[in-house]
Ligand binder design. Structure first.
Ligand code: ADE
Length: 227
């Protein structure tokens, strides 16, 4: 069972993504609990303000320490957390190996970044892990938090009904996955590679591995350079 607490200024953005398919099933089975907290509920300000102008006079707004510290302190008083994750483009990348590691944890907080980002003191004193989902800038960290949550929860044992399926995903072995086909074997002259209908399991495995290697070399040679 993993519990993920997401802290956000736009909780409405996170209402849909966890109510479908594998993630819904994982929640229904009690494998995952996902809670979304509105950061404004923790603001001391009478207008529920959660941001302020940056010192030094830069453009944009900065998320203030107070509501974030209050939200995280409240959650930490209820249970221990393995990681307090902050989503931001200026952070190390979320990869399959990070997802694998997080999926073994019990309690995680994800703090969604917004505006110019959080006051650096939040990152220095409260956050234990920073993650970017890629080299592009989104309008907020909510979609990144949804991506991370989905990537983590789907690989918890029992979330996917066929457990071998998660192991053959792209990236689990640093390779992109091989092409897949389903019936019919011939659709208007578009045929399926013969080996797949041969019934020869070892040959099919070899073919899949070759295809995965070829595709990775062609589309993502960087994955073959790693470790
Ligand atoms: N917030 C805005 N852009 C982001 C990104 N690429 N990854 C994580 N959080 C973000």
């Amino acid at each position: 069972m993993i519990r993920i607490d997401i802290i956000s200024v736009l909780p409405g953005l996170l209402e849909g993504p966890f109510d479908h398919s594998i993630i819904k099933r994982a929640r229904d089975k009690g494998l995952a609990e996902i809670n979304v907290h509105n950061l404004r509920d923790y603001s001391n300000n009478k207008h529920r303000k959660v941001d302020d102008y940056p010192f030094g006079g830069e453009a944009g707004m900065v998320m203030s320490v107070q509501p974030i510290e209050a939200a995280i302190t409240q959650l930490k008083s209820e249970r221990n957390y393995d990681e307090v994750i902050y989503t931001s483009p200026d952070a190390p990348k979320f990869t399959q190996s990070v997802a694998n590691k997080l999926s073994n944890m019990k309690n995680i907080i994800i703090l969604c970044g917004h505006y110019k980002g959080v006051d650096q003191r939040v990152r220095d004193h409260l956050v234990t892990m920073e993650l970017s989902i890629g080299d592009y800038v989104l309008s907020g960290g909510e979609l990144a938090a949804a991506v991370i949550t989905d990537g983590v929860v789907r690989i918890i044992p029992g979330a996917i009904s066929d457990s071998s399926s998660a192991l053959s995903d792209s990236f689990q072995d640093n390779l992109l996955s091989a092409p897949v086909y389903t019936r019919p074997a011939n659709y208007k002259g578009w045929t399926v590679p013969e080996v797949l209908t041969s019934g020869h399991a070892a040959k099919i495995d070899d073919w899949r591995h070759e295809q995965a290697l070829e595709k990775t070399r062609r589309l993502r040679p960087d994955l073959l350079d790693d470790d």
